[in-house]
Structure formats: C-alpha cells, structure tokens
Design a binder for this molecule. Structure first.
Ligand SMILES: Nc1nc2c(ncn2[C@@H]2O[C@H](COP(=O)(O)OP(=O)(O)OP(=O)(O)O)[C@@H](O)[C@H]2O)c(=O)[nH]1
Ligand SMILES: [Mg+2]
Length: 356
C-alpha cells in the first residue's frame, strides 16, 4: 500500500517523512522524490511464521512518498510525483501548526484549519476536473457504442454523474462512494478525494505537551482521522542513538516516539485488512483494502497468479493456529476452497492455485 505525504509548501512534509521513515529502508530516485518502505509490526505473522517453521518472515510494508507541494501551478503534481500521487492508496495531509518566524508561511500567517479547508477544496476541484473530462468523452462513446457495450458505459456514466454531484457540492468522494461497485468503477482515475486521508497537524516544539489536546480539538472539527506530532523534533530524535533519544525525550517531557502511533493511524484510515501466504519457506503478510476479492488479492502477489487463477485454499489464521498445521487442517476438511469472487477476510491464510 502506498501513502503519499502531501500538503501546502513548507508545511513540514519532508520532516514528517523523515520522522516516519527513520530506521527503514529509504531511497531517493533521480528526480529527488523520497521513497521509504516502512514495516508494519504484526504479531499474527510472527506466530504463523513459527507455526510453519518459515525461514523468512516478510512483514507488510507501507510505501511512503514525500511529494513536492501540490497545487502550486494549477496542477496537483507533475511527472513522477503525479504518478506516485495517482497510485497512492492514501494521503497524509501535513499542515503547519508550528510558528517559527524565520520560516515564512506562504499565506502570511499560520492557520492550520484554513490550510486543511483550502487543501480539501483544491482536491475537490482537481477531482471535479477529472470527472468532467471523463464524462464528456464517455458520453460520446456511449452514444456510438454497440448495444452490448452500451450498458457498461451507461453504468459508468451514472457513477460519474453521482460523483460530479458530490464534488459540485464540495464533498469529498470518500464519504459517499468508497468501497463497493462504484469505487471499483472510479478506481483508475486517480481521484484524490476517494483516497483515504489522515490529517497530520505539525506541531510547534512549544506545544508538545498539548499533543492530545490539539489532536482532539482538530478531531472535533475534521473527524477521527487526525494525528499530531512535532515532525522536526521527532525526526531529529530518530537520528539519535536509542539511549540518547530516551534521555532527551524524558528531559523534554515527551511520551513515546510518535512514528509508530502515526503509522498505525495511517494504516487504520486506509481500512486495511491483512491476509497471509505461507509459501515454501517464506511466510508473508499482505495488507489490502477491505472488500478485495481473491482474484484481486492474487494480483497483488503476482500478475501471473491473477491471470492463471484457478482457486484459493483459505483458512482463518485463528483456526489454523488452533488446528496446528496445514496438513491436519486439510485432513479435517477445514481448508475452504474459494473462487475468484471470494471476498478476502482479515486474517485469512491463503494458498492460491494457478497455472500460466
Ligand atoms: N519548528 C518547527 N519547524 C519545522 C517543523 N517541521 C518542519 N519545520 C521547518 O519548516 C521548514 C520546512 O520544512 P520541510 O519539512 O522542508 O517542509 P516541506 O513541506 O517538505 O517543504 P516543501 O517540500 O518545500 O514544500 C524547515 O525549515 C523545517 O525545519 C516542526 O515540526 N517544527
Ligand atoms: Mg519537502
């Protein structure tokens, strides 16, 4: 799953990236886009790995992208950044709460609430542009389509018209059209307001003691998906030796490192479920959006698996742990045989059968 860190200029996006990605594999590509793979801790995976005596246990990863400021020249993003943005499953919107007179705010004064509202409207306008362009093209296609193709086109038209209505009313699509058939129709358009969103309030050093208070103040206004941390300080502490960092945190009166908490919040807003694949010597966790079918899940693992999908053998993690082994589960007839349209459940252990 991909998370793009977005926000207005100089809000601390790179500081947030550094705080969250510290200690994880990172790289910057030629276009200086930062990317990091961040492992999600997972107790079920550890236990499953032990049960099947896996030589290698591979944790689910979130890929974090540190993007340049969006909506600067009338476009959301360009080039590589536009691709990462469009592909992202979720967004972390960083807004500035820190004061720092030496870092001028592009709009003159610090007002995180205003910045959240502005950015949300930019995203709505961006999506409205996409939907309207698509509607124009589709309208022509549907009219000249053969009868058997017309129906699918008309379904898409209806979905897009509904999306346009929400966007014209200034409403993000995630509140109305996330999940289900409609979301599937809209999936490939890179619509920003359909993506999961975590608002991250980037605190001033002086306000660290009020983190929980500020977080709940913003939750009152913007809903549950809000986190707060002082990104610059967290990033600096993450660079220190662990003992040194503990000492500093104590002196500054700071609680635990914020990164794991924020990452957990981010993966929660993504609405992720996890399935597991113990294959050969490797046991692996796969985070996917709730509602994904076995066929789509197979595609996450390998395109060959999707193309050559036959069926999936499935068992719930808990049940497998109770039974004690795959062989025993099979003997007792507890391995379910599931087809392409099976909706993968959180904790499913899957064995995909396929041929190419
Ligand atoms: N005091 C304080 N300063 C911060 C914090 N986060 C970022 N800054 C400062 O704000 C400036 C911008 O931070 P960046 O992380 O580069 O912001 P950005 O959003 O990545 O900036 P662009 O990519 O240029 O849009 C830098 O001078 C940071 O040191 C913070 O939590 N507290
Ligand atoms: Mg930056």
């Amino acid at each position: 799953m991909d998370l793009a860190i977005v926000g207005p200029a100089q809000s601390g996006k790179t500081a947030v990236f550094n705080a969250l990605a510290a200690g994880h594999a990172q790289h910057s590509d030629a276009r200086r886009e930062h990317v990091a793979a961040v492992k999600i801790p997972d107790e079920r995976l550890e236990k499953l790995g032990a049960l099947v005596a896996a030589e290698k246990v591979t944790h689910a990863e979130l890929r974090l992208y540190d993007l340049p400021p969006l909506f600067e020249k009338g476009r959301a993003a360009s080039g590589e950044a536009a691709e990462s943005l469009s592909r992202a499953d979720g967004l972390i919107l960083v807004v500035r709460h820190f004061r720092r007179p030496d870092v001028p705010h592009p709009l003159g004064n610090v007002d995180p609430g205003r910045d959240i509202d502005l950015f949300q409207s930019e995203m709505v306008l961006h999506d409205l542009g996409i939907v309207e362009r698509r509607l124009e093209k589709l309208d022509i296609t549907v009219r000249s389509a053969r009868p058997e193709e017309r129906e699918a086109g008309q379904r898409e038209l209806a979905t897009l018209q509904r999306a346009r209505q929400y966007l014209e009313d200034g409403q993000p699509l995630r509140d109305h059209m996330a999940g289900g058939e409609e979301a599937r129709v809209l999936a490939n358009y890179g619509l920003l307001t359909l993506k999961a969103l975590l608002v991250l309030v980037n605190l001033d050093e002086a306000d660290i003691g009020r983190t929980a208070e500020i977080e709940s103040e913003f939750r009152g206004r913007y809903g549950a998906s809000v986190g707060a941390m002082c990104a610059r300080l967290e990033a600096e502490l993450a660079e220190l030796e662990p003992e040194e960092a503990v000492e500093f945190r104590r002196e500054l009166g700071m609680a635990e490192p914020a990164a794991p908490r924020i990452l957990k919040q981010a993966s929660d807003t993504l609405g992720l479920i996890t399935f597991y694949t113990p294959v050969g010597t490797e046991c692996r966790a796969w985070p996917v959006p709730a509602g994904m079918t076995a066929l789509e899940a197979a595609g996450r693992i390998h395109t060959d698996m999707e193309r050559g999908f036959i069926r999936a053998e499935a068992i719930a993690w808990k049940e497998l742990m109770e039974i004690g082994s795959f062989a025993e589960a099979k003997k007792r007839g507890r391995l379910r045989s599931e087809g392409k349209q099976y909706v993968v459940q959180d904790g499913d252990v899957l064995h995909i059968l396929f041929h190419v």
